[in-house]
Design a binder for this molecule. Structure first.
Ligand code: ADP
Ligand code: ASP
Ligand code: MG
Length: 440
């Protein structure tokens, strides 16, 4: 059995949904189709939640009505038969009624997660109505019945495996299953999610849980490109890369994959393919244990990074100093991305500012603290790049004139990371495209 995940743009228009039903229907192998919300829906739901949180119910109502009109238009083009249209209308009515009820309830974080879940619930149900209209046998597997996270928001792969296995077994005659990406249930039993872009993570977890033959991530581009196509004009797809390389790129900002989406597939050794829904014949990117080649594959940028600089004369030769510093970050459940040290100072970066004030306060007894916000991590990723001849020369040669704030080299043999002020991101990505890939 394989997993096929389709992102927001792949399901965002009625004709796209028709197209992916075609794609799915051509498969020989049984498949679990994982769907995102229609493009723009999760952003709209975030906006609705924000308005309700601020007590601006008028604006929330306006956004709900606008979104509902979009769905009414969508379903009128999705299905043709009156019975199918009636079913689709009932689904849209049910979910928008829910949003309108929420308008009258006092806001809570748990309620916000319920709001955010509506997108994937709608897309999968409407997809199934269309499958039914087309006479394609299928089964909807509700993600909220098997996708769970623990107290630390970590997916419970063991229990996902058991519950999903049971659900599939109950419908052993079916070859096509449909489920929601992104949404899950947390340790309190509430509706929750795997964070923005989380449908990739759902797909990888499902692939791991069912020991899939492949986890296909269908999106709006023909695979992982060598650079960020939103920023750099001339980018090219990478045909093959290792799990390690893909994980570094995903973690360090390549939006095509959710930051945590590689580890489940890697742990269970499931090949991942990145494919283009609009161009299904294109090769895309194959991600397996094998890197395919040595050397630089791609660069990525991770935004909204905060650098914290701790200067302390007491650090000199003091063992246990770093442990005490790290304990503070652990206490506030804030992970550190980059770190560099000298004898009198340590610089590190975080991307989660939720507890920045508290962290800085607790760091104060250790020395002078400086905080630089608005930084970007630029990661140059490739199999064994550190060993690649002339790599460092080429890298630094191509970014002359950029004020590099930190460098991380050697932590992984596949990654060299640089910290630069966010204002230099576009320039550095362009210069690297020319200097490292010869693309202008
Ligand atoms: P989906 O809705 O299918 O999940 P996303 O928008 O999350 O799609 O991810 C695909 C987008 O990721 C592409 O359209 C592209 O703009 C962006 N992207 C950023 N970096 C890369 C990269 N290195 N390679 C390919 N796409 C990238
Ligand atoms: N719909 C969710 C989002 O927009 C999850 C996803 O698309 O992967 O973040
Ligand atoms: Mg995505």
């Amino acid at each position: 059995m394989k997993v096929m995940k389709f992102g927001g743009t792949s399901v965002g228009k009625p004709e796209r949904m028709h197209h992916i039903v075609n794609l799915v229907n051509q498969q020989q192998e049984p498949a679990i189709v994982v769907l995102s919300a229609l493009s723009g829906t999760t952003n709209a739901l975030v906006e609705i939640g924000d308005f309700i949180a601020k007590g601006d119910r008028g604006m929330a109502k306006h956004s709900i009505d606008k979104l509902e009109a979009h769905y009414q238009d969508f379903i009128s083009k999705l299905v043709q038969k009156p019975e199918a249209l009636a079913k689709a209308k009932a689904i849209v009515a049910e979910h928008f009624e829910f949003l309108n009820i929420i308008l009258r309830i006092s806001f809570s974080e748990a309620l916000n997660k319920d709001i955010l879940a509506q997108g994937e619930l709608l897309s999968t149900k409407l997809f199934c109505v269309y499958l039914e209209e087309q006479g394609i046998s299928h089964m909807l597997l509700p993600a909220l019945e098997f996708m769970t996270i623990d107290h630390y928001d970590e997916p419970q792969i063991g229990s996902i495996k058991i519950k999903l296995g049971q659900l599939i077994k109950q419908h052993a005659d079916k070859k096509l299953f449909v489920t929601q990406g992104y949404i899950c249930r947390n340790a309190r039993g509430e509706v929750d999610n795997l964070k923005r872009g989380g449908s990739d993570y759902s797909a990888s977890l499902i692939a791991a849980a069912i020991n899939a033959s492949v986890c296909e991530i269908w999106t709006d581009i023909d695979g992982m490109h060598n650079n960020d196509p939103r920023i750099v004009k001339k980018t090219v797809p990478v045909e093959q890369m290792s799990f390690d390389e893909a994980a570094e790129l995903a973690y360090f900002g390549a939006k095509i994959l959710h930051p945590a989406s590689i580890w489940p597939a890697q742990t269970y050794n499931i090949p991942v393919k990145l494919l283009n829904t609009m161009e299904p014949q294109a090769k895309g990117t194959l991600i397996t244990e094998k890197a395919g080649s040595v050397g630089v594959k791609a660069v990525a940028a991770k935004d909204n990074i905060i650098a914290i600089h701790i200067k302390s004369s007491r650090m000199l030769l003091a063992y246990g100093f770093l442990r005490k510093i790290f304990e503070i970050f652990e206490k506030y459940r804030t992970s550190i991305d980059m770190i560099t040290t000298s004898e009198v100072a340590v610089s590190l970066t975080i991307d989660n500012d939720a507890n920045l004030k508290e962290i800085c306060k607790e760091l104060e007894p250790f020395g002078t603290i400086e905080v630089d916000e608005n930084q970007t991590i630029i990661s140059v990723v490739g199999n064994e790049i550190a060993k690649t001849e002339d790599m460092v020369k080429k890298l630094f040669g191509s970014i002359l004139g950029i004020p590099v704030r930190m460098v991380s080299y050697g932590g992984s043999p596949h990654n060299i990371s640089l910290l630069v002020p966010a204002a230099y991101k576009t320039q550095i990505l362009q210069q690297l495209n020319k200097g490292m890939f010869g693309l202008d």
